[in-house]
Design a protein around this ligand. Sequence first.
Ligand code: HEC
Length: 141
Amino acid sequence: MTRAGTIALGAVTLLALILLALMPSAHAQDAARLAAGEAAWNKAGCLQCHGSAGEGGSGGEFPAGPSLRTTQLNRVMLVDTIGCGRPGTQMPGWLDGAYTEISCYGLPKGPPPAGLDLTPVLSGDEVAALVDYMMAKMIGK
Ligand code: HEC
């Protein structure tokens, strides 16, 4: 083999080894992201209304939220619905600063609409991790 060929082969091998070394950390990051999403789910107490696995609440002490396993909402709509809540229903908004500091549903910033419970316990990052978690573990499952 030529010298250049040997060097090229060495470079390819090195690259493959670097990629192999990076793979476990990518998995670890995914796992950390899902754990952060699950922590946000627990912190907000979504399960009180939507059931422990998002199967839908049974009512009683808490309002009966619909099944999240069968939701048709896409990622953007999930982020908006969870962060900003659904005015006129018992679905609260969870994002810290929703409406006043962070625009909701494309509206200009301002006071939150009437008929909405705000429980601003989640950051934007937590809402995004929560949606990742729901898409990986709940929706369509
Ligand atoms: C106090 C009860 C309650 C809690 C707590 C609650 N929800 Fe809801 N949620 C509802 C109700 C009721 C609806 C249905 C609103 C409607 O009539 O459109 C709803 C709707 C939704 C929807 C829209 C579903 C669809 O397909 O249209 C999503 C997504 C959702 N909730 C996610 C969550 C998440 C995630 C949490 C926790 C951060 C949470 N909810 C906490 C009551 C609740």
